[in-house]
Ligand binder design. Structure first.
Ligand SMILES: [Zn+2]
Ligand SMILES: [Zn+2]
Length: 312
């Protein structure tokens, strides 16, 4: 059975879901951020400024930066409540309404009389947003923290800014822990660009949609119709009960991952079409694919789940 993503109508649109501007602590104006991404060939971004009182709770209005070939999804990085490290939650919310009610978060210090992280995440999801657990390694999130964010659609498994600035950019273990517990989450790679360091153009999503339209892109993200990348591209993934065939841009390794320590891998040179026996992954309830190219750049599929109709 083919993965739904590649059967879905439309084409892939490249986007960055996590970005800051001068409306919070970024260096560039909202317009300049959009121009940089459009010039780099991105189809869309979400400007996700820090939703705190110090910055007047911005849902940055990027609608005027939309063009024929470039669009934007309104969003914010939400902050409310303390995680188990005693620090303020960071929650990515892409697709917020412009009038999303402010939280009670005057600064980056958590306080007792504000929503918890799980509560504000739920409020964002209820308002229509695609919600992701932001930079779990940088935030020192525990498994219990990640588990508590029940409204999250996805885990941010790569945050380019956190990778460049403090070598804490990855969240794959958080993702796999939730998958092992049966949580139906997807994943995303982002920049978290502030443009004060080389923290941009390093992690993105490729979203399959029928048009480069904010509502269609958001719907596709919530359905998991995307993959995430630092460089390589997936062209197709074809699952059967005991093997998977992957077509992709040239890479040096292709790995299928499943529950626990279950993996199956092929390493080589300029691999563009491989068929992997699932091995132990065949008995896993979920499976996902990682690619690594000659420069060490990675791409990740969203997980698929085993059903009576095969992997979907
Ligand atoms: Zn953050
Ligand atoms: Zn951020």
């Amino acid at each position: 059975m083919n993965q739904t993503l590649f059967d879905a109508p439309g084409r892939f649109y490249k986007g960055n879901l996590h970005t800051h501007s001068t409306l919070s602590d970024g260096v560039l104006s909202p317009q300049d951020v959009c121009l940089r991404y459009a010039d780099r060939g991105y189809d869309f971004i979400s400007l996700t400024d820090h939703f705190v009182g110090r910055f007047d709770y911005p849902i940055t209005d990027t609608t005027r930066m939309r063009t024929k070939n470039f669009t934007t999804i309104l969003g914010a990085e939400l902050h409310s409540g303390a995680n188990s490290a005693g620090e303020l939650w960071h929650i990515l919310a892409v697709g917020l309404p412009a009038d999303f009610a402010p939280s009670n978060t005057p600064t980056f210090q958590p306080r007792d009389d504000q929503e918890t992280g799980p509560q504000i995440a739920q409020r964002a999801a209820d308002a229509g947003a695609f919600v992701a657990i932001a930079h779990p390694h940088w935030s020192a999130l525990t498994e219990a923290d990640a588990r508590s964010l029940q409204a999250a659609h996805a885990v941010e498994v790569y945050n380019h800014g956190c990778d460049v600035e403090c070598d804490r950019g990855y969240g794959l273990q958080t993702l796999d822990t939730l998958l092992n517990e049966g949580r139906r989450v997807t994943l995303c790679a982002t920049d978290d660009a502030h443009f004060a360091t080389p923290d941009h153009f390093g992690g993105w999503v490729m979203v399959k949609a029928t048009d480069n339209d904010p509502d269609l892109l958001l719907d596709a993200l919530k359905q998991g119709h995307h993959y995430s990348s630092q460089g390589p591209d997936f062209h197709n993934i074809l699952w059967t009960d005991d093997e998977v065939t992957i077509e992709c841009s040239a890479v040096n390794s292709v790995t299928v991952q499943g529950r626990g320590s279950g993996t199956s891998q092929i390493v080589g040179d300029t691999l563009t079409r491989v068929t992997l026996p699932l091995g132990r992954v065949a008995s896993s309830p979920w499976a996902r694919i990682s690619l690594i190219d000659a420069k060490g750049k990675r791409a990740w599929s969203n997980p698929v789940w085993k059903t009576d109709d095969g992997w979907v």
